[in-house]
Design a protein around this ligand. Structure first.
Ligand code: 5GP
Ligand code: MG
Ligand code: MG
Length: 178
C-alpha cells in the first residue's frame, strides 16, 4: 500500500466481485438490445473498462466529460459539457457509467440533458454510492458498493488529478491535504 493512503475502503477483491455482479445483472436486463455504455470522464474510466468486459453481449461505448463547477471535494449544481457524445442517441438504450454518486447533482443534470435528446431509456450504473450525502433523489439502477461519508481516492477517483491509478479505493492521510 502506498505510504500516503490511510486505509483501504474497497479492496481489489471486492471491486472484482462488484464488477462481475454488475456486468451479469446488466446483461440479463438488456437481452436482445444493444445498449450504449456512456463513461463519464475521467473518474469512471477505470470502472468502465472493467465493466464492459464483465458484460458479455453486444454493446457500444461512448465517452462524455462534464464539469460540475466545484472544488476538489464536491460538485456544484451546474454542469458544463467539456466533451460531448460522438453520436446521436435518439431511440437508444443508454447506461450512464459513473464512478460515484454523492449529492446526485451531476447525474440529475446529465439525465435531464440526455432525455432531451430522445433516448429510449436511460439507466445509471455507479460504482460507488455515498447515500449519506444525497441532496437530489436520483434513482441509481445498478450500484457497486455503498461507501461511508469520507473523501475517497483510487480506482478512477482523484485528489487533484492524482491517485486515479490506485487499484483499490482508499482514504488519504490527512497530511496530504495540509
Ligand atoms: P455529485 O454530483 O453526485 O455530488 O458528485 C459526483 C462527482 O463528485 C463524482 O463523479 C466525483 O467526481 C466527485 N466526488 C464525489 N465524492 C467523491 C469522493 O469521495 N472522492 C472523489 N475523488 N471525488 C468525489
Ligand atoms: Mg464522476
Ligand atoms: Mg474529481
Amino acid at each position: 500500500m502506498r505510504e500516503d493512503i490511510e486505509k483501504v475502503i474497497v479492496s481489489q477483491g471486492e471491486i472484482q466481485e462488484a464488477v462481475a455482479r454488475l456486468g451479469k445483472e446488466i446483461q440479463t436486463d438488456y437481452v436482445g438490445k444493444v445498449p450504449i455504455f456512456i463513461c463519464i470522464l475521467k473518474g469512471a474510466v477505470v470502472f468502465m473498462t472493467d465493466l464492459i468486459r464483465a458484460y458479455d453481449a453486444p454493446a457500444e461505448i461512448e465517452f462524455m466529460d462534464v464539469s460540475s463547477y466545484g472544488d476538489a471535494f464536491e460538485s456544484s449544481g451546474e454542469v458544463r459539457i467539456l466533451k460531448d457524445l460522438d453520436i446521436p442517441v435518439n431511440g437508444r438504450d443508454l447506461i450512464i457509467v459513473e464512478d460515484i454518486i454523492d449529492t446526485g447533482r451531476t447525474l440529475e443534470a446529465l439525465i435531464k440533458l440526455l432525455k432531451t435528446r430522445g433516448a429510449s431509456s436511460i439507466k445509471i450504473c455507479s460504482f460507488l454510492d455515498k447515500p449519506a450525502r444525497r441532496l437530489i433523489n436520483v434513482h441509481v439502477d445498478y450500484t457497486g458498493v455503498l461507501v461511508p461519508d469520507e473523501f475517497l481516492v483510487g480506482y478512477g477517483l482523484d485528489y487533484k488529478n492524482q491517485y486515479r491509478n490506485l487499484p483499490y479505493v482508499g482514504v488519504l492521510k490527512p497530511i496530504i491535504y495540509s
